[in-house]
Design a protein around this ligand. Structure first.
Ligand code: DLL
Length: 431
């Protein structure tokens, strides 16, 4: 089932014609309304009429988070302030927040795209949607909220926190769809057990998880623990919020990017060159329908690859692979690049380990060292120390073999790593 069949299955040629038309309109508008863009275009001797085909996108300037910060708070808005009906912001641990604004049409588009996402994952008007994404300046809560209403499902606006109560109400209200970060889904599972229930006491059938990187191993873990189908949803506040892309029920393999609203590109994060189709690199997105704060070639910092192979679900919109990590989260350990998610995959391949882990980076002399702390489950924890040491050695060997780095592996007792209500903190950099 599709929420907007015509748009979601539009023949590629038609889709690309639409993209070009929308891109040209946007460039014209930004050139005349936003001084930031006009200056960037002028620096390169570019005029809006130079955009003659989609290929010309590669000549346009990039935008980055720093541009939003430099123009804090409203400098990049392309609509008059009285047309802005909503503001969201991402806090960011360093520097100023990045602020985004939505016109009424932007809010409507967002709701429609979220409704598409919910339906792509198998949701319908019959569903009771338990929303544990945070409400507030974070886009997760309200984004999901408006999408579920648009679809006609029933939304339960819980937000984060009060985990025991969430579990109780999920049971009482008969929730069928769970929306949260993948790490919080595991926390909910643990709380279900701690409350003397099992997932069979609940009616959950679909999980819509995102806002942080997670591995295929983590998906398997969540699916088997919670007894639901887990779908990966992607988005970022600068571009819209959740709902930029999602996996479909039919393939559950790669996330369809809604290309009638966003144009994706993959670039080499070092040279900024556009990479050929299928190559892994940094995802760059151009919004082609946004009014509040449209962005040209926004550098997401997220690492993925695009897959143009037609999908069996019938949607014509391109798929991206699950996000590997962020280029700024990439760890460089003695010259070797690794993403936390690659270490997660190895940990979750080992029987008896949980998905609660943290990577601690220290500097010893001129050397960086990495320690992976991972919680074991109760059963394994009661085993002999010798057995635990054997597992530590095995994981260490696997990490060396698959990723080429030496890491210290420490198995820690159940419940010792802090749980998060939202995005999990995987890396602790003590350098
Ligand atoms: O996290 C929006 C969102 C909310 C997406 C709920 C999905 C569900 P920000 O706080 O601006 O927005 O963070 C955006 O989170 O650039 C990625 O690095 C990461 N991220 C989001 N979804 C995924 C995902 C929301 N499915 C940043 N897989 C992005 C991996 C993700 N990383």
């Amino acid at each position: 089932m599709m929420y907007e069949v015509e748009n979601e299955t539009m023949p590629r040629e038609e889709l690309e014609t639409l993209q070009l038309k929308r891109l040209q309109y946007l460039v014209e508008k930004l050139y005349h309304n936003v001084p930031f863009y006009r200056e960037k275009f002028n620096e390169r001797g570019l005029k809006p009429e130079h955009v003659k085909s989609l290929k010309d996108l590669q000549y346009l300037p990039f935008t980055a988070k720093q541009d939003l910060r430099n123009n804090y708070p409203y400098g990049l808005f392309a609509s008059p302030k009285e047309n802005i009906v909503r503001i969201h912001a991402s806090s960011g641990t360093t520097g100023k927040a990045t602020v985004v604004g939505y016109t009424q049409r932007d809010v409507d588009t967002w709701a429609r795209l979220m409704a598409r996402c919910l339906m792509a994952a198998g949701g319908s008007r019959q569903d009771m949607v338990h929303n544990a994404y945070g409400y507030g300046l974070f886009t997760g809560g309200l984004g999901m909220h408006y999408g579920a209403e648009k679809l006609g499902a029933t939304i339960m606006p819980f937000s984060g926190g009060g985990t025991r109560r969430q579990v109780m109400l999920m049971k009482d209200f008969g929730s069928t769809i769970l929306c949260s970060t993948p790490s919080y889904a595991i926390k909910l599972y643990e709380t279900i057990l701690a409350s003397g229930m099992t997932p069979e006491d609940l009616k959950l059938r679909i999980g819509i998880f995102g806002a942080e990187p997670w591995s295929e191993g983590m998906r398997q873990e969540i699916q088997s623990k919670l007894g639901l189908k887990a779908y990966d949803i992607y988005g970022l506040s600068e571009i819209m919020g959740p709902g930029v892309a999602i996996e479909c029920k039919e393939a559950q393999n790669g996330l369809h990017i809604w290309e009638d609203h966003f144009i994706p590109e993959i670039i080499d994060p070092e040279t900024c060159e556009v990479l050929p189709m299928g190559a892994t690199g940094e995802l760059v997105i151009t919004t082609i329908t946004k009014e509040g704060i449209p962005l040209i070639r926004y550098r997401t910092r997220d690492i993925t690859a695009l897959n143009p192979v037609p999908c069996k679900c019938g949607r014509t919109h391109i798929r991206m692979e699950r996000i590997k990590g962020r280029s700024d989260d990439m760890l460089i350990i003695r010259g070797v690049n690794v993403f936390p998610s690659q270490i997660e995959s190895i940990l979750l391949d080992t029987h008896g380990l949980t998905s609660h882990y943290q990577l601690i980076i220290r500097r010893q002399g001129s050397m960086d060292t990495l320690e992976a702390q991972v919680e074991v489950d109760e059963k394994l924890f009661s085993d002999k120390i010798k057995h635990l040491q054997k597992i530590e050695a095995k994981i260490q060997k696997d990490i060396k073999e698959f990723l080429g780095i030496t890491a210290k592996v420490s198995l820690v007792e159940p419940q010792s790593i802090e749980r998060s209500q939202g995005k999990a903190k995987r890396v602790i950099d003590l350098r």
